[in-house]
Design a protein around this ligand. Sequence first.
Ligand code: F6P
Ligand code: MN
Length: 322
Amino acid sequence: MKRLNTQLQEDGCPLELILLIRTLLAACKEISFRVSQGALAGVLGSTLSDNVQGERQKKLDVIANHILRDILSESGYVKAVSSEEEDNVIGCHPDGKYLVSFDPLDGSSNTDVNSLIGTIFSIMHAPQWMEPDDPSAFLQPGTQQVAAGYVLYGPSTMLAMTTGRGTHLYTLDKTHGGFLVTKANVQVPEQTNEFAINSSNQRHWEEPMQSYVTDLIAGSEGPRKKDFNMRWVAAMVGDIHRVLCRGGIFAYPFDKRNPAIPGKLRLQYEANPMAFLMEQAGGLADTGHGRIMEVMPTEIHQRVPVLLGSKDEVETCLTYYR
Ligand code: F6P
Ligand code: MN
């Protein structure tokens, strides 16, 4: 099986980016180990503090954040990092060529029930003019990403990553400690009969999403004339992984409750990296009002509505918005 390094070289990835990715993955391997220790290492449960988004931090959120932040800061390849678990951007090395945004442990409420969780990351070039702790350098649209991916801490530890030459899936071979390509150039099936949405929020959605989901649920008796199935892991990494592997549509749509919070998921370290992976696998990624990767960010923790997945299904969903 092909090694990660070989795949990245074949994809024309510059050496310094390969070294950065390998450094980041070293952190993820440590997170994978810490996660697997579970109750034995006393890492389950919550801390007594909230993050900048007002979410109670899990102990593993904090551990994963420190591991990534420290390894990346010390690497020399990174000028600054931004994390879901940090209020502000953290300046790293003044000569670092890259910016890294990450969600250290996505779906972390699943830690206490031994269910799917993962790390999501997005890498961009660091502008030369920027001071290392300048947050404005991060406010680039997702089209500027040079690499993005996630590491899924599931029954096996898997990596999905793109550097703009297709999306590849890798599996961590714990016998030698490296990621091996287990599916190159993933293609998301264009059609699907699976959807993923937290329907307990249905009454708060905009009209187009209400009608779309009503028609999915009406199944073969409704206008779609086929039955759909619903799946919800409650960790974006888990749901997006399933969609990449066998198709589907994943949505966390606009929610009318608070116009200042137009969606749940964060643009920089959740929506953009997943959008890059999905588009590189032939799928689509939209907010309902435009391509996710073209959203011009205004702040590092900004939230956006997301619709991601099988091309034909996302297009069908978008017809309800037009
Ligand atoms: O990071 C936010 C997140 O945990 C995603 O991973 C997941 O898709 C979503 O929130 C789950 O939301 P809910 O709590 O509504 O099921
Ligand atoms: Mn998350």
